[in-house]
Design a protein around this ligand. Structure first.
Ligand code: BJW
Ligand code: ZN
Length: 228
């Protein structure tokens, strides 16, 4: 890497696995006991808001019992030290990157500790339970919902992400299965813009063949080894 290189880092559930947060897919995955379409679509929220709210309330509460792991800490060190452009794009809705100290960070799939007003679009910091029909502090509508990007909804900050990918010299994907778009397509966008591409994951992801290099192992070992 040259000193001025622009780096884009995509993280997924695998980065938080060693902190004790279940991944989505695979054995022990978060969705084993839930059908995705029961909790993770706008239709499900409309049909059974209590179920969806309870699911996210439990996951929000679970954040209190977990802490950042060596992978989060290594990325925060890189963020603090890197003189060039750097952007950590996380698909994760936990807050472990920021608790480790990462600053140049964007949550493309939303955040557990945020509530979104379905009426006016305001986003509010949120701790504790979020009962259905909680009123928005901005517009007063009884329309607060979990600030989570459901299937069929547009992820956050896509323009900014696409611009960063187009400028990137290096794209690194960490702990994501490559099953969900548009994130799964970032490697191709980075590659098309001329970036080198590196995958750090426990196993080969769906888009593994697109990467220049793949290193297999736990993020808590691979990420510090790559950063330091
Ligand atoms: C370790 C490890 C360790 C384990 N160390 N590694 C057909 C084709 C293409 C697209 C579509 C299609 N049909 C529908 C779509 C679109 C849809 C989609 O992609 N569907 C697919 C299922 C096919 N996407 C959308 O709807 C998105 N929106 C959208 O496309 O809008 C339109 C648009 C158009 C044009 C441009 C832009 C947008 C929205 C997607 C929203 C995803 N939301 C979720 C739910 C959050 C709610 C919740 O948390 O409950 O976000 S889905 C879920 O998956 C979550 C995650 O962020 C996301 C990705 O999962 P991730 O992080 O990869 O986790 P896993 O579990 O899959 O993988 C973990 C990996 O870690 C594994 O590989 C392990 O091996 C590894 N690992 N331990 C290192 N210790
Ligand atoms: Zn509002």
């Amino acid at each position: 890497m040259t000193a001025a290189a622009n780096i884009v880092i995509l993280t997924g559930a695998g980065v938080s696995a060693e902190s004790g947060i279940a991944t989505f897919r695979g054995p022990g995955g978060l969705w084993e006991g839930h059908r995705v379409e029961d909790v993770c679509t706008p239709e499900a929220l409309a049909r059974d808001p209590a179920l969806v709210h309870r699911f996210y309330d439990l996951r929000r509460a679970a954040l209190d019992a977990v802490a950042p792991n060596p992978a989060h800490h290594a990325l925060a060190r890189l963020d603090a030290a890197w003189p060039g452009e750097l952007l950590i794009v996380t698909q994760n809705v936990d807050d472990l990157h920021e608790r480790a100290g990462a600053r140049r960070l964007l949550h493309m799939h939303g955040e557990l500790r945020s509530a979104l007003c379905a009426a006016c679009g305001a986003r509010h910091a949120w701790h504790g339970a979020l009962p259905p029909a909680t009123r928005c502090r901005t517009c007063g509508a009884p329309a607060l919902r979990p600030d989570i990007v459901f299937f069929g909804e547009m992820p956050y900050e896509m323009e900014r992400i696409e611009a960063a990918l187009a400028r990137a010299d290096l794209f690194v994907s960490i702990g994501t299965s490559g099953a969900v778009y548009p994130a799964a397509g970032f490697v191709r966008a980075a590659d098309a813009g001329g970036a080198a591409t590196l995958e750090l994951n426990l196993e080969r992801s769906a888009g593994s063949a697109w990467f220049d290099e793949t290193r297999l192992g736990p993020a808590g070992v691979l990420v510090p080894a790559w950063v330091d």
